[in-house]
Design a protein around this ligand. Structure first.
Ligand SMILES: *Cc1c(COP(=O)(O)O)cnc(C)c1O
Length: 331
């Protein structure tokens, strides 16, 4: 619904109105509900749970060896840090432009965030990263591709190698995005995605952790709360890898359930189409915004194939009143 205000058409819809869950997801959710088998390990003989299938399909989508579905992305990041070997008091480098659950996961792991500056394109500042890596002696970088803005990941990997940093990618806003035709999330040792309502796929709450590493995934599966039921995972290393950790890794109860997985699987199949839609819309807005004085849209390198399901820009050199006027005009 649009309203006329002072002769202008004004947008009156909610800005964060979600699309409904695809019909197929609703049908699948209904059958999970009728079965009563919502817990991911509550399977019948020979049955593969919705959660295990989602993990297999998501790993295939991003081209990773393994995937683990978790209760949230914040939970997945916490598991990633624990799996990486983070201990109480460790320093974790992380870009300052981020979302609260990211430093939250660091604090949850008993560690201390060291915030790295960002550039005018909203991505991590390489010089500050290297400087702080050397000064702190940190061994971990938790890199948020915040609002989908990706720094030159080849340079990040180079710095990680030179400074001995274990890289965890927070891909909450880059599901479906690529750098130089390689999926975001495939550069780090571990990457985490969110399926919380405001992200690219919506299950209310939910997180996905990916890795190519046998040890990392086995430990992460234990941490997420597999009890001794890890053989019910499809996306997993050989059973003997679990033998090494089954008596030492604690259970944090951060599993995803079958209901959420059931509504995510059809969304995953539709994700590419959605990304294309969001990008078409992004380009329309970007083009219009570029015509406005004082508005600076970030430079997006040719290698960055982002998913524009939100847009960021800077209003430069404006007074308080001009900013107010601009916001009113945005309507
Ligand atoms: C949403 C978000 C998270 C956390 O995701 P949850 O699933 O809500 O825990 C982490 N990082 C970024 C950048 C996010 O936007």
């Amino acid at each position: 619904m649009s309203k006329h205000r002072a002769g202008k058409l004004v947008f009156t819809k909610e800005f964060t109105k979600q699309e409904s869950i695809p019909e197929e997801g609703i049908h699948r959710a209904e059958s999970v509900l009728r079965s009563g088998r919502l817990h991911r390990y509550n399977t019948t003989d020979g049955e593969t749970s919705e959660t295990a299938l989602l993990e297999k399909e998501f790993a295939a989508f991003v081209g990773s060896k393994y995937c683990l579905a978790c209760a949230s992305c914040g939970g997945a990041l916490y598991i990633a840090l624990k799996t990486a070997g983070v201990e109480t008091g460790d320093s974790i480098l992380t870009n300052a432009y981020t979302l609260a659950p990211v430093p939250g996961a660091i604090v949850n792991a008993g560690a201390k965030p060291i915030f790295v500056e960002i550039t005018e394109n909203y991505t991590i500042d390489f010089e500050d990263l290297e400087k702080k890596a050397r000064a702190s002696g940190a061994k971990f970088l938790l890199l948020s591709h915040m609002r989908g803005h990706m720094a030159d990941i080849d340079r990040i990997c180079d710095i990680c190698q030179r400074c001995g940093l274990f890289l965890i990618e927070d891909c909450a806003h880059t599901m479906g995005a690529m750098w130089d035709r390689r999926p975001s999330g495939s550069f780090g040792n571990i990457a985490c995605y969110s399926t919380q309502t405001y992200k690219h796929m919506n299950s209310g709450e939910g997180g996905l952790l990916i890795t190519d590493d046998d040890t990392v995934i086995a430990k992460a599966i234990f941490y997420s709360g597999s009890y001794m039921l890890y053989d019910r995972h499809v996306s997993r290393p050989p059973m003997e890898v679990f033998e090494r950790y089954k008596k030492i890794v604690p259970n944090f109860s951060m599993r995803m359930d079958n209901l959420r997985a059931a509504i995510l699987r059809p969304q995953l199949r539709d994700l590419q189409r959605q990304c294309d839609r969001w990008n078409r819309r992004y380009k329309v807005l970007e083009k219009a915004l570029k015509k406005i004085d004082n508005v600076r849209i970030p430079n997006r390198p040719a290698k960055e194939h982002f998913v524009g399901n939100s847009i960021q820009f800077s209003l430069e050199g404006a007074t308080r009143d001009q900013i107010k006027g601009f916001l009113a005009e945005c309507g």
